[in-house]
Design a protein around this ligand. Structure first.
Ligand SMILES: Nc1nc2c(c(=O)[nH]1)N=C([C@H](O)[C@H](O)COP(=O)(O)OP(=O)(O)OP(=O)(O)O)CN2
Ligand SMILES: [Zn+2]
Length: 143
C-alpha cells in the first residue's frame, strides 16, 4: 500500500537576487529591492513530501527520525544562517526560491528510505514554490 509522508523544516538565510549575466542596471530593473547589495533575509519553510510502501511491521513509509537526521546533515547544517549567494551551488545560479527548491530537491533525492515526490518552499507568508523534479537534470554542481 503506497502512502505519502510530509515533513517541515525551517531555516533562516540571507540572499541577494543578482546575476552576473546582467548589467548593474538590468539587475536593479529585474530584481528591484531584492538586488540590494547588502542582501536580505528570510525564514524559509521547506516541506518535503516522500512516498513509499507502508512497511507492515513498522506501519511507516519511512522513519521520521531518519529523515530528520538526513535533513540536519544535508540541508540545515549547510543552509541555516548562511548567505545563499556564497554557497558553491549558487555560484552560477540566482538564489531565487525556484532555484532553492530545485537544489533542495537534489538533496532529498538521495534520501535512501523513501521516494521523493515534491519539495515545497515558503519564502514569505505570500511566496511559496513547488518543485517535483519532473524530467529535470541536476543544476550546478553537487553540494
Ligand atoms: N519568482 C520569484 N520572484 C521573487 C522571488 C523569488 O524567489 N522568485 N523572491 C523575491 C524576494 O526574495 C523577496 O525577498 C520577496 O519579497 P516580496 O515579494 O516583496 O515579499 P512579500 O511581499 O511576500 O513579503 P514581505 O515579508 O511582506 O516583504 C522577490 N520575487
Ligand atoms: Zn528574498
Amino acid at each position: 500500500m503506497k502512502a505519502y509522508l510530509s515533513r517541515r523544516y525551517r531555516f533562516s538565510a540571507s540572499h541577494r537576487l543578482h546575476s552576473e549575466s546582467f548589467t548593474a542596471e538590468q539587475n536593479r530593473t529585474i530584481f528591484g529591492k531584492c538586488n540590494n547589495p547588502f542582501g536580505h533575509g528570510h525564514n524559509y519553510v521547506v516541506q518535503v513530501t516522500m512516498s513509499g510502501q507502508v512497511d507492515p511491521a513498522t506501519g511507516m513509509v519511512c522513519n521520521l527520525a531518519e529523515l530528520d537526521a538526513f535533513a540536519q546533515i544535508n540541508l540545515l547544517s549547510l543552509f541555516d544562517h548562511a548567505n545563499l549567494n556564497t554557497l558553491t551551488i549558487f555560484e552560477a545560479i540566482v538564489p531565487s526560491t525556484e532555484n532553492l527548491a530545485r537544489v533542495i530537491y537534489q538533496i532529498f533525492r538521495d534520501f535512501p528510505a523513501a521516494h521523493l515526490e515534491n519539495i515545497h518552499v515558503e519564502e514569505t507568508n505570500n511566496n511559496f514554490f513547488d518543485y517535483d523534479g519532473d524530467r529535470d537534470t541536476y543544476i550546478g554542481s553537487r553540494l
